[in-house]
Design a protein around this ligand. Structure first.
Ligand code: ADP
Ligand code: MG
Length: 357
């Protein structure tokens, strides 16, 4: 592209941000800076006024500990906005933080924001409107698998097919791409949160012990796995005994946790297999070279790559820094906005009204 000095100067004073509005974590990428915000997608809300009291990590820490009039909520459930006003307030807060750190504090940013592949027009519009009402100058949407693939450095523009499985908190997104577009996509509501629930259920059934979701998540991250570990591990878990009603601590092993997670892992596996069934044979042949790239926090589950590779007979690999792929992918588009515009999703004209949260 020809160098245009005016564009270059304007570029210095414009604020371009990419947002990964995840069900579990929200990340904000700023052009020329990188990721500046990486916080849980949680908001603590005053029930009477619906005013946000805390956002991000502070709000997540209140989970299961709030009382009276304050409730900690995740406004993005199952990958789409379930609470419009709270999502807008959360974005507003994060964009405000970007401003505080910025040399152009009053610039209204151009925003690229990720959406799951195959969401409805109304859902797209909700994300767009939330970004605009949070102070964006322009908002653009990108399908999360495309952003994840760009962030993972996959040859998305190539005719050769590539595949991404993004396992987040609320949803797992499976996508096969070729020539910059998604050719087969699957989305399922089994991902990190469901795995946490699996662990809660397992410990409840086996030990009569009730543990919190946050504790279950810790167990999953520390000793959860999808394939036998070279050295199995154990961990102490605290909760309330359902028979005595008293606090109790037990030791659980990675073998037990793998058992607890096996159902969810199987569902993810079946969905990938189902997507592969629909892929044209030429692209299947490509995938034998390019393999399957895992992104999202769920990609970090120990042994998941080995388990999937064994069952699918394909090379399965973890993206570098899987939790940040979508945000970095949005950043890739921001680095050459005009050249990469075709990766963005267009929005139908007309407006949609939202129910107040
Ligand atoms: P989202 O895009 O939905 O916000 P993320 O990609 O941020 O989701 O991933 C968050 C999920 O990843 C959570 O369910 C979290 O528990 C899970 N996760 C993070 N680290 C690990 C780990 N080491 N092992 C297993 N799961 C993990
Ligand atoms: Mg995600």
């Amino acid at each position: 592209m020809a160098f245009n000095p005016l564009d270059w100067i304007l570029g210095l004073f414009s604020l371009d941000v990419g947002i990964d509005l995840g069900t579990a974590n929200t990340l904000v990428f700023v052009r020329n800076k990188g990721i500046v915000i990486n916080e849980p997608s949680w908001v603590a809300v005053d029930k009477r006024t619906r005013e946000p009291m805390a956002v991000g990590l502070k709000a997540k820490e209140m989970m299961g500990r709030t009382s009276g009039n304050i409730v900690a909520v995740r406004p993005v459930r199952d990958g789409v906005i379930s609470e419009f006003n709270i999502t807008r307030d959360m974005l507003n807060y994060f964009i405000g933080q970007v401003h505080e750190q910025s040399i152009v504090p009053f610039a209204r940013p151009r925003v690229i924001i990720g959406i799951p592949a195959g969401v409805t027009e109304v859902e797209k519009r909700a994300v767009y409107d939330a970004a605009m009402s949070a102070g964006a100058r322009d908002a653009y949407l990108i399908e999360e698998p495309v952003a994840a693939a760009l962030g993972a450095g996959l040859p998305v523009a190539d005719v050769k097919g590539s595949m991404v499985v993004d396992i987040g908190g609320g949803t797992t997104e499976v996508a096969v791409m070729s020539m910059g577009g998604v050719i087969v996509a699957r989305s399922l509501r089994v991902a990190g949160d469901e795995m946490d629930q699996d662990i809660v259920q397992y410990i409840r059934t086996k030990y009569n012990l009730l543990i919190g979701e946050g504790v279950a998540e810790q167990v999953k991250m520390k000793i959860g796995s999808a394939y036998p570990l070279p050295q199995e591990k154990t961990m102490e878990v605290r909760g309330r005994n359902l028979v005595t009603g008293l606090p109790e601590s037990i030791e659980v092993s990675s073998v037990e946790v793998r058992d607890a997670l096996s159902g969810s892992v199987q569902v993810i596996l079946d969905t990938i297999r189902d997507a592969l069934d629909e892929v044209p044979p030429e692209v299947v042949a490509d995938l034998m070279d390019t393999g399957i790239c895992l992104a999202g926090g769920g990609a970090l589950l120990l042994g998941l790559t080995d388990r999937l590779a064994d069952d699918l007979n394909l090379r399965v690999w973890q993206a570098e820094d899987p939790l940040t792929c979508v945000a970095r992918g949005a950043g890739v588009v921001l680095s050459d906005f005009e050249g990469m515009r075709h990766y963005l999703v267009s929005l139908e004209r007309g407006s949609t009204r939202h129910r107040a949260a």
